[in-house]
Design a protein around this ligand. Structure first.
Ligand SMILES: [Zn+2]
Length: 507
């Protein structure tokens, strides 16, 4: 009779349960693994055989067939070693276990029978917990990766022998339960450290409150980067589900420094303008997530956005719209979440001083136009808020007014977000920035008087309907910050101000 155990693999950041069937029958001794196993799974045969023998059991001298299902899924890695070995021991009646139904089993075996760390344990554990598995057998070194998952009991083990001991007698080796690492919630950077810049701070508050993409423009050294680096400090804390989504991405990425534990701070990613396509959007030989996914549920900051290659910026259009990225390469197709807030910064012109009172600008009109023209229309279209960051005046530098802390601003942001979550609970979106036309129609109603102002602006500045929608969305957020049910004139006027780009033109 075939024995069946459950293991799992992962694709992108999603865990997939794999059924491992083991059949031992009479016949010429052989050992086969079927079910589209790649070479690393085939190598499992040698490891499993040696591990079984070196753990003091017998390797059956029969015809052994292992089937990994579903067969149409490409399976890689060494994660199936442990379930295969346990299955062989059960099927050959060397150990007797009533039922393996509640167990999810995974781990790589060394030739000596020791269990070694495997990749992707976090998404697998989350999927296992969702699918109702109650017990998870994993290599000891993977413990910290998944110990924060609720609803599934985790048994970290050092060897095949220990795994068998546990299954037979429920004896767990004594191990040190480490306090689940919580990566600090609070950002070390605070808005109270930023002198002046009240208008820009307000714009960032509105952006944070509605999840709006924002572009800051101003002279070099005016503080754009300093402001951007503090945005995550005013964004609401991650919920448990959001934190899991973020942690999953970091746990499968090979290039970032992730040491386990639940990531509870919103990510802030600031890739350099020399970044490659693959590093930005994801892909490569191993289909790794890119910066846009590492920024999921957080902020993607593109400093000096015009220094990025135009083709790179073009690639942001689709993920900005869909909040997810599909990557297709020879290695297969995966989807990674990429719902980030885009924060961009640029100088107003090539010399950097257009429209400032620090130095006269040396650029010609044509040069300025060409410079700004690099920012393609479709990308500009996805930015809700523009704000100018001016160099400080002497008076501002010496001003002693107490600055608001990030915590105070975050409280207003959180209140506005709570209103949005409540408003959109049946709509499958979470923030004002995600509103589509039908939502705008439903939730951004304005009275005649307010409508008049918008009409005036629409005609005067030749606004596109896209921009018109963006103004309404941002107005909705400003009203939410005030806890107002209706969008009022002043909200529209403030939102119109956020459409002023370089040259004070409303775009
Ligand atoms: Zn200039």
């Amino acid at each position: 009779m075939a024995i069946q155990l459950s293991c799992a693999t992962f694709l992108g950041v999603e865990g997939i349960i794999i059924s491992v069937e083991i059949d031992i029958s009479r016949g010429i001794p052989s050992f086969n693994i079927v079910g589209m196993a790649d070479t690393s799974v085939k190598e499992a045969k040698d490891r499993v055989r040696a591990a079984i023998i070196n753990s003091g059991y017998k390797f059956p001298n029969n015809r052994i067939t292992i089937n990994l299902a579903p067969a149409d899924l490409k399976k890689e890695g060494t994660i199936f070693d442990l379930p295969i070995a346990i299955g062989i021991l059960i099927a050959s009646k060397q150990i007797e276990i009533e039922s393996m139904d509640q167990y999810l089993v995974m781990g790589e075996l060394s030739l000596s029978g020791k269990l070694k760390k495997v990749k992707g344990v976090l998404p697998i554990t989350i999927e296992g917990s969702k699918k109702g598995f109650k017990k998870l057998l994993i290599p000891y070194d993977n413990y910290v990766d998944c110990s924060m998952i609720k609803g599934i009991q985790i048994y970290p083990l050092n060897s095949l022998k220990q795994a068998v001991g546990f299954l037979l007698h429920k004896d767990m080796p004594s191990y040190h339960y480490e306090e689940v690492k919580e990566i600090a919630k609070e950002s070390s950077r605070d808005f109270s450290e930023v002198i002046g810049q009240e208008a820009a701070k307000r714009a960032l508050e509105v952006a944070a409150a509605g999840g709006h993409n924002i572009l800051m423009h101003g002279a070099p050294g005016s503080g754009k980067t300093m402001l951007a680096e503090r945005i995550t400090s005013i964004l609401p804390n991650l919920t448990y589900e959001e934190a899991l989504d973020v942690t999953k991405i970091y746990s499968v990425h090979e290039g970032v420094n992730y040491e386990g534990g639940l990531i509870q701070r919103r990510p802030f990613r600031s890739p350099h303008n020399t970044i490659t396509e693959v590093a930005l959007v994801g892909g490569g030989r191993n289909l790794m997530p890119g910066e846009i996914s590492l920024a999921h549920n957080g902020v993607l900051f593109l400093d000096e956005i015009l220094e990025f290659k135009k083709s790179l910026l073009q690639m942001l259009r689709q993920p900005l719209e869909d909040r997810t990225i599909k990557i297709t390469r020879n290695a297969g197709t995966v989807s990674y979440p990429s719902s980030f807030m885009l924060v961009a910064a640029l100088n107003p012109c090539p010399c950097g001083f257009y429209g400032t009172n620090i130095k006269p600008c040396r650029c010609s009109d044509y040069e300025i136009k060409r410079y700004i023209g690099k920012l393609s229309g479709p990308l500009l279209d996805r930015i809700d808020i523009f704000t100018q960051v001016n160099p400080l005046s002497y008076g501002e530098i010496n001003c002693n007014i107490k600055k608001e802390s990030s915590k105070e601003i975050r409280e207003r942001v959180e209140n506005a977000r709570t209103i949005q979550v409540e408003r959109f609970k049946s709509e499958n979106i979470k923030s004002n920035s995600e509103m589509k036309q039908k939502h705008i129609k439903k939730y951004c109603q304005i009275n005649n008087k307010t409508s008049k102002i918008l009409e005036l602006a629409f005609n005067k500045f030749h606004l596109s309907t896209r921009v018109y929608s963006r103004i309404l969305k941002v107005s909705r957020t400003i009203a939410d910050i005030e806890g107002k049910e209706n969008i009022e004139e002043k909200h529209i006027i403030e939102a119109l101000n956020y459409r002023k780009f370089i040259n004070s033109e409303i775009i």
